[in-house]
Structures are given as C-alpha cells and as structure tokens.
Design a protein around this ligand. Structure first.
Ligand SMILES: [Cu+2]
Length: 117
C-alpha cells in the first residue's frame, strides 16, 4: 500500500509496508486546505484516515462508483486498485495516522503518520 499526495507528484511519498517510526511524517497538510491523495493497493486494504473525512474522486481509470458517494473515513481498495481521494483537513493541529483496517495488517503496524499545522 502506498500513497502520494498532490504536492508530491513525483512518486509515492509513503508506503504502509513497513512499521512506521513515530518521527516519520508522510504528509503535512495545512488546516483549512484540501489535498488529493492517490492511493495504490498491492493487496486488499480497507484504508482508514483519522481526523478528516474525504470524498472518492476516482477508482482506477474510471470515476467513483455509486457506493463511493458521500463523505468517507475508510476506502476499501482491492488488490492492484488505485483511487484518488480529496481530503479536507479541518479540526486541530497535531499528528494523526492513517492505516489499514484489516486486523492482521493493523497487527503488523500497517500505518503512516501525517501532521496538520
Ligand atoms: Cu491491509
């Protein structure tokens, strides 16, 4: 599982394949802004973001499905699936995580940190 956010289009910014270090920051969005993150799954991963709900912009080369309508806190990605999500960062400054909801993957610490400022 990897992702890239819109300010960094040169390639994946973070991977959820290894346990995170508390000091690793994958993204640092500013409160009150919207970022588009591209999520790429190597395996089935239901990806959950803390703090900020998001909307699904696309899956693969198509648009979002009917099941993608509305605000989400989790997106279910199948193996080799790619999605773009728009996240509005509101709330409080601090460090948050996003992670896979699959219990086995959670136990392997499949997560990354982001910080809002
Ligand atoms: Cu997973």
């Amino acid at each position: 599982m990897s992702f890239a956010s819109s300010p960094w289009q040169r390639g994946p910014r973070a991977s959820l394949r290894r346990p995170p270090s508390p000091s690793d920051i994958a993204a640092a969005p500013k409160l009150g802004t919207v970022e588009v993150w591209r999520l790429i799954a190597d395996f089935h991963h239901p990806v959950h973001l803390h703090l900020s709900p998001f909307q699904v912009l696309s899956r693969g080369i198509g648009g979002p499905g009917a099941f993608d309508a509305g605000w989400k806190d989790t997106i279910d990605l199948r193996a080799s699936e790619e999605a773009a999500i728009a996240i509005r960062f509101d709330g409080y400054p601090g460090k948050y995580v996003f992670h896979c909801q699959n219990l086995e993957h959670e136990d392997m610490a499949m997560m990354a940190n982001f910080t809002t400022r």
